[in-house]
Each structure stands twice: as structure tokens, then as C-alpha cells.
Design a protein around this ligand. Structure first.
Ligand code: SER
Length: 270
């Protein structure tokens, strides 16, 4: 455990462990970032710079820094959003992600550091609870379906966003990290698609497993954030440059989520 704002601690951890690679996931997500934009800027930008500087100075082999669909915003085509397109986000989280992509590419060009990154869509996991993002509804609805059979969703029923199941998120990350460097044209800003669904379509899929599920829609400030993000992404650059292919769709993800959360619920760990 360390604070990413403490550069000396990162440096000491690299020395102590002999690590040759850093996977830098620490960040403040979109919804929490709108409550505290200064904190989002500080953690997401200065934390990332600390990691990049330590990696450069210690001559590490590689750094992975994820970006997000939050890098997009008004002016971006929202259907099959291309990898190379307009990046004018309206959240501080998105601003830090665009700046992060640019800074990571800068470290590649200027210092020759092997920095790579993907624009994660909403990530759905049966192990990690939602953590302050706009896509959290797609995780929370599963927990409530299994726990109580009722969920109040903070975006409209027709809100469609790109999503990915955790096993595909891990696969995308490791596949990009192990791709031959000379094959990469992009570095820190790959779109990766897996599935896109609306909140209503997700609820209908979960109801196949939990027929009693009742969902109420009560949009809050996160609706405007969701509306500014893509509904689906074009990930042809990832497919061409490092062979990206997802394994899970909505049906297989939902079935596996429910099965895993039921096991956890029965064991009293949900
Ligand atoms: N899942 C993130 C969020 O909602 C997007 O990267 O903030």
C-alpha cells in the first residue's frame, strides 16, 4: 500500500520489489471527481506523473496507464466512436484522462519509455464493488438483484454505454502489454469494445435470472455525464495493432455475474 502522491514511496517500492513494470490503476472516477475536482486533478495527474517519472528514472521496462470512455464529450461522434476523434470531455475525470493520454504519449516520444493504455469502458465485476463512476449502475444493479430484488437506477432506462466484463478487461490489459512494441502505432489511447447496452436492456437480461427484479429509474447528475459519452466504440485500431477480441457479451456476462454473486450471497460475503 502506498500513496501515489508520494513519489519517494513509489520509488522505494520499485527498488524493494525489483519491479520492472508498473500497472497504474489509482484514480478518482467521474462521479466522485465532480464532487471534488481538485482532488481528481491532483490524484489523476500528479499521481500519474510520479509513476511515469519513477519509471523513466529507474529505466523500467513498461508502464500501463488506463484511459477511459470519459475522454470523450460534446463534438465526439457517439455511435461507433473512432479511436482518433474529438476529445473535449465535460468532467474533470475526463479532462485528466485526455491530459493523461497526451502525457503518456509524450513520455514515449521524449524519453523512449514504453507506456501503453486503453480507454476502458464501464467495467463490471463480481468481486470489486462500484467505486464512484457513472457506469456504476451496471454493477450495482446485479448486487441489488441478488440481495433485495429491487434497484433504483440513477440513469434513464434508454441510457446506452459501452461496457466490459472484468475477465475481458484483464485480457485487454495483458494482451496490449504483451504486444510487440514495433507493431503499435497508438500507445496510450486505444478504444476497446466488448458490449453496449441500455440500462433497460441490462435489467431485462438480469430478469431472465431474477424474474422478481423491480427497477425504478431516478436520474441524477450522472445522467448528463452518461449522455456525453459514447454509446458504442470502434476498436479497429486495437484489433489491428494487437489482435484485440473480447470473449463476453451481455448474456454470458450477466449469467456469470448472477452465479458468482449468488455464491457470495449464500456465503454471507455480499
Ligand atoms: N467507469 C468510469 C466512470 O464511470 C469510466 O471510466 O467514471
Amino acid at each position: 500500500m502506498l500513496d501515489v502522491l508520494d513519489k519517494a514511496a513509489i520509488s522505494a517500492a520499485v527498488e524493494r520489489t525489483g519491479a520492472d513494470t508498473i500497472v497504474h490503476l489509482a484514480a478518482i472516477l467521474s462521479a466522485v471527481g465532480e464532487k471534488n475536482p481538485a482532488l481528481a486533478w491532483n490524484v489523476n495527474i500528479n499521481g500519474m506523473l510520479n509513476v511515469l517519472d519513477v519509471a523513466r528514472d529507474a529505466k523500467l521496462r513498461q508502464v500501463f496507464v488506463p484511459s477511459s470512455i470519459a475522454a470523450f464529450g460534446p463534438g465526439t461522434p457517439l455511435e461507433r466512436t473512432p479511436t482518433d476523434t474529438v476529445l473535449r470531455p465535460t468532467t474533470m475525470y475526463g479532462v485528466t484522462k485526455v491530459a493523461g493520454e497526451l502525457v503518456c504519449n509524450y513520455y514515449v516520444q521524449k524519453f523512449g519509455l514504453d507506456v501503453r493504455g486503453l480507454r476502458y469502458p464501464g467495467i463490471i465485476s463480481a468481486e470489486t464493488p462500484p467505486g464512484g463512476g457513472t457506469t456504476d449502475f451496471a454493477v450495482a444493479i446485479f448486487y441489488e438483484a441478488v440481495r433485495t430484488g429491487r434497484y433504483t437506477c440513477f440513469v434513464r432506462e434508454d441510457t446506452r454505454l459501452p461496457m466490459m466484463y472484468m475477465p475481458d478487461c484483464i485480457k485487454a490489459t495483458l494482451d496490449l502489454m504483451s504486444a510487440p512494441r514495433e507493431q503499435l502505432v497508438h500507445h496510450s489511447d486505444f478504444n476497446v469494445g466488448a458490449m453496449s447496452f441500455s440500462a433497460g436492456e441490462l435489467a431485462a437480461e438480469i430478469k431472465k435470472h431474477v424474474p422478481k427484479l423491480e427497477v425504478v429509474y431516478a436520474p441524477d447528475f450522472r445522467q448528463a455525464i452518461a449522455d456525453s459519452w459514447p454509446r458504442s466504440v470502434d476498436d479497429s485500431a486495437a484489433r489491428a495493432e494487437w489482435g484485440w477480441a473480447p470473449e463476453h457479451d451481455l448474456a454470458s456476462m450477466a449469467a456469470d455475474m448472477i452465479e458468482r454473486l449468488r455464491v457470495r450471497h449464500a456465503a454471507g460475503t455480499l
